[in-house]
Design a protein around this ligand. Structure first.
Ligand code: ASP
Length: 339
């Protein structure tokens, strides 16, 4: 029998050709895309009533529709992220804005950040108590100040100067979050434990959004009440650019949720973008590696990531993560539990 001699170079070329065509046929770049999360945590189907699940699904779907309308009509990714997060902040379901958790002292101290992937401009606020929509203040910091992060009274002085909507701190009271604080305080007392944060059965509930607009610009935003029973002006990862939020048109946009201290220590959001930029990792691999790293420190949480081609990754190491996405011309997808 005659032996078939194939030139090794030819084999490489054939492999490359078929590899490329198969990828391009399965993954076409959408005109725009938007991904959201409403927090990760111990979210189990068995603990969820149909009614509660529907409320979350509806809220996530409404947020996706808001973003979709803006992006479909040519709006910017920054506009979409701010509008979507504003809507989620107004819902008592999420730990951001209206539904923010309580500090040890029984207050609500809110954090938020926003990043524009087109010019790497950012704005963030930490520990604000009277701002109805912290994501909108983050935008004003980004656009109307030479700085990137304002905290507490300073952030509120800037807010007044900018004429943004202020609110009585009582607005943030919800019975559900108040009860969570009481449980955390009781547990702390009974365990005689100085642990500032109750991690067991934690449901984080932070909100985040990443978007790619028709002009190819990426943006990311995150907003949170932080963690129940937090103390001493504690600030988590959400307003820290590179930890809880990051966007760069060269690579991807990221928003995180989880145990903020560990997301800061691992610079999770930037880590993902850096792996993609320097190591040319695919978005799914980079996102998974960053979450595995957090997990190796026994910390929990998740991220939503959208790359410049509209490819999405949403890894988490908890039981569930409220999440969803929409791509141009497609139906919205909403998920809560592990797949
Ligand atoms: N990452 C937030 C924080 O540590 C909490 C969350 O994601 O719900 O403040």
């Amino acid at each position: 029998m005659q032996k078939l001699h194939l030139n090794p170079m030819l084999i490489v070329l054939i492999t490359l050709f078929f590899g490329c065509t198969s990828t391009s046929s399965t993954q076409h770049k959408p005109d725009f895309a938007l991904v959201i999360h409403g927090g990760a945590g111990t979210i189990l189907k068995k603990n969820m009533s149909d009614e509660k699940e529907k409320a979350y699904r509806d809220a996530l779907e409404n947020a996706l529709h808001t973003g979709n309308e803006i992006l479909a009509s040519g709006g910017s990714s920054v506009d979409a992220v701010v509008a979507v997060i504003t809507q989620m902040e107004d819902s008592p379901l999420f730990n951001a804005g209206k539904g923010a958790v309580f500090t040890h002292e029984g207050k609500n101290e809110l954090d938020a950040s926003l990043m524009n992937g087109a010019d790497l401009n950012v704005g963030a606020v930490a520990g604000v108590t009277q701002i109805k929509n912290p994501i909108q203040l983050a935008r004003l910091v980004m656009e109307n100040s030479p700085h990137v992060l304002f905290a507490r009274e300073g952030a509120e002085a800037f807010a007044k100067e900018q004429g943004i909507e202020m609110t009585d701190p009582k607005y943030f009271y919800t019975e559900r979050r108040w009860e969570s604080l009481q449980k955390a305080l009781e547990k702390e007392k009974s365990q005689n434990d100085a642990a500032i944060i109750q991690m067991e059965n934690a449901k984080f509930g932070t909100v985040g959004c990443v978007a790619l607009d028709k002009n190819g610009n990426l943006a990311a935003g995150t907003s949170t009440g932080g963690m129940t029973n937090k103390r001493f002006g504690r600030v988590g990862d959400s307003p820290i650019i590179g930890a809880g939020t990051y966007a760069n048109n060269k690579t991807c946009a990221v928003s995180a949720t989880g145990h903020g201290e560990f997301f800061i220590r691992n610079m999770v959001a930037y880590d993902i973008a850096a792996m993609m930029e320097y190591k040319r990792l695919a978005v799914k691999d980079a996102a998974q590696m960053a979450i595995d790293k957090v997990g190796s420190m026994q910390a929990t949480g998740g991220v939503i990531v959208l790359d410049k081609n509209g490819t999405i990754a949403m890894p988490f190491n908890t039981e569930g993560m409220y999440r969803g996405y929409i791509k141009a011309g497609e139906e919205p997808v909403i998920k809560i539990y592990k797949d």
